[in-house]
Design a protein around this ligand. Structure first.
Ligand code: AHR
Length: 500
């Protein structure tokens, strides 16, 4: 099989947004407790954070972390998690039917985020709470000093405000499973009044209104239109959430999940722009794809709901294989392709819960297969995203119709001259030779690095006993002669090729 692409340094989609490489820590399962935080662990630092997880978080290249939920946030009282730890209440978490000990709250998380060198994206509870509580947590975290809640923060050890810029106005409020679920009309009004109040406290905040929980929601599209009709001038982003899995043994459709993500983004951009047109607004609403990943959701939905009210139970600790990693790499290609409108994104989640990093309590931390395409893309995507004109053979899928075998995107750093091509081959039996026309670049580009993630066994995983079973390996079948790059993409593979 053969595919080709033409790259033009003048055909810029947008600069790579560093916020594309966001992640998510929810008070759910073992994401916080025995994930990022485990005071008794041999690697724990003076604050009780696992330094092995901190090291892997930095290696992953995460730039921003959404916190504290997720479905959890819709029943959360942020003030439970501040002040002396021995006085913090234990509460029921209705979202995951577990007990929240509140031993980690916003002060601890802010300390962890500083150590991990990530920006915090903070979600407020608009499920069981409203404008006042959103203002209160904002006063606690961002108001400098001299008011009750800013002084409480200072008394709790944080003299300086945290300066959190990006705020989610609730979580998945379109979902009937959400505590305090609302209609689009109800939520749109609440999001608008919360945004208005937060902006009058701090005009420069960046605010994210809840969009659809998935493109399969019956209100997909109409939800966003109604919410934005109320909140267009008051928010900067609308959120998108999407999880993908192989269903009914249909690997071909699963490998083309990025086609659905493209469709999701294009649909919501069109919806937001049409509201803008009706309002005669020059402003553009961007997309925050703040939950995306592979998640074997149907297996989770098939289980009995937890009833044990345990602390930090094992919940959705999915083990990822080679095909999952190829899909994750392709979803990142899709996000980069839409960098002009998707300027923030969070892979859900970071540790243990549908996550690139796994841990055992008291034991090691390791990289799942999906860790690798994320880490490589975060490390290599620099400068501008280039519109990538691709010609590829196609194949038929049950879920997405006829789709290209090859998907690809490229970035170009005008300062260093470096070009990076990210490409996947979705074909299940054949390699594809990809040629990339480089003659429009002033520099004669040479191959600096080519790596590929694939395996003879697409179901291979990284486990506690064999944590490096699946890793990217050098691709020896890549060549660049200045005018053209040629690379052989093995069947079902994710690839990154760096040219200097
Ligand atoms: O990431 C897991 C859950 O998925 C989140 O809590 C929720 O927002 C989504 O449905």
């Amino acid at each position: 099989l053969h595919a080709s692409a033409v790259l033009d340094p003048g055909a810029v989609v947008a600069p790579v947004s560093r916020r594309t490489f966001g992640s998510f820590v929810e008070h759910m399962g073992r994401s916080v407790y025995t994930g990022i935080y485990e005071p008794d662990h041999p690697s724990a630092d003076e604050d009780g954070f696992r330094t092995d997880v901190l090291r892997l978080t930095r290696e992953l290249g995460v730039t921003m972390v959404r916190y504290p939920g997720g479905n959890f946030v819709s029943g959360y009282r942020w003030e439970d998690g501040v002040g002396p730890r021995d006085r913090r209440p234990r509460r029921r978490d209705l979202a995951w039917h577990s007990v929240e000990t509140n031993q980690v709250g916003i002060d601890e998380f802010a300390r962890w985020a500083a150590k991990a060198d990530v920006e915090i994206m903070y979600a407020v509870n608009l499920g069981t709470r409203g404008v006042q509580e959103a203002l209160d947590v904002h006063e606690y975290v961002n108001h400098p000093e001299g008011t009750a809640l800013s002084e409480l923060r200072r008394a709790n050890g944080a003299a300086k405000p945290y300066g959190i810029a990006l705020w989610c106005l609730g979580n998945e409020m379109d979902g009937p499973w959400q505590t305090g679920h609302k209609t689009a009309q109800e939520y749109g009004l609440l999001a608008a009044s919360t945004a208005r109040a937060l902006r009058s406290a701090e005009p420069g905040l960046e605010l994210v209104a809840c969009g659809s929980s998935s493109s399969a929601m019956p209100t997909f599209g109409t939800w966003e239109a109604t919410v934005l009709e109320h909140a267009y001038d008051l928010v900067d982003y609308v959120s998108c959430h999407a999880y993908y899995e192989e269903l009914d043994g249909d690997l071909g459709s699963f490998l083309a999940s990025a086609v659905d993500m493209d469709h999701f983004v294009n649909s919501i951009v069109a919806t937001a722009d049409s509201v803008g047109a009706r309002l005669r607004s020059k402003k553009k609403i961007n997309l925050s794809f703040d939950e995306w990943n592979v998640w074997y959701l149907s297996r989770f939905q098939g289980q009995e709901p937890a009833t044990g009210w345990d602390v930090a139970p094992r919940v959705i600790e999915d083990e990822y294989n080679v095909a999952d990693a190829v899909v994750v790499g392709d979803l990142l290609i899709s996000l980069l392709r839409h960098s002009d409108r998707v300027t923030a994104a969070c892979q859900a989640q970071l540790v243990n819960v549908i996550a690139p990093i796994r841990t055992e309590p008291g034991g090691p931390a390791w990289r799942q297969t999906i860790f690798h395409p994320f880490a490589k893309t975060a490390a290599l995507a620099r400068g501008d995203v280039l519109r990538t004109r691709l010609t590829s053979p196609t194949y038929g899928t049950a879920r997405h119709g006829e789709v290209p075998v090859v998907d690809a995107i490229a970035t170009h750093d005008a300062e260093t001259g470096e070009v990076v091509v990210f490409a996947v081959n979705r074909d299940q039996s054949d390699a594809v030779e990809l040629t990339v026309d480089l003659h429009l670049f002033a520099e004669r580009l040479r191959l600096a690095e080519a790596c590929t993630l694939t395996d003879g066994d697409l179901t291979a995983t990284n486990t506690l006993d064999n944590p490096d079973r699946v890793v990217p390996r050098p691709n020896e079948r890549a060549n660049a002669d200045g005018d053209e790059l040629t690379v052989v993409l093995p069947r079902v593979s994710w690839n990154a090729i760096r040219l200097t």
